[in-house]
Design a protein around this ligand. Sequence first.
Ligand code: HEC
Length: 146
Amino acid sequence: MRAARLLFPTSTFWAWISCALIFSAMAVGAADYPAWLRHVPDADRKRTNPYAGQSDAVAAGSKLFADHCTKCHGADALGSRKKPSLRTPEVQKASDGEIFWLLRNGDLRHGMPSWSAIPEPSRWQIIAYVKSLGEVPATTHQAPSK
Ligand code: HEC
């Protein structure tokens, strides 16, 4: 009897701890993994950028970015009030094929338009430009307004 009475609070304690751990792991997973990445088919993920790292393509991409993207993502691609930075590790480490998929499909429900009207080579140039910017530590990103 005494053993059973001692056991009960202990196991309840561990049940709460495991629940807390599982939920915090889920919250972290959701925060550092943009949802759209989960939807990219493997074939698209693996597509390679024909312009990757080419300086003339980066320059062309920079102009296209200024025309189409800065109004939401900012001239430095660090994001604006409610729009994400494109210089987070998540975006900078995403494959060019994954970003290409997002530019074609957009994420309209979350306010990201589709850019399928921009010719494919230009979209690859934009991606070459975004990747040329590199990562910026999270502390310098604009805080999203709640
Ligand atoms: C009308 C505003 C708007 C414009 C213009 C726009 N975007 Fe976005 N973009 C968004 C929003 C909002 C999101 C966040 C979508 C989400 O939460 O899934 C986003 C997300 C992204 C992401 C994924 C970021 C992440 O952390 O998951 C990339 C990459 C991106 N945009 C690139 C571009 C590029 C390149 C252009 C120009 C061709 C562009 N966007 C133009 C609003 C915009």
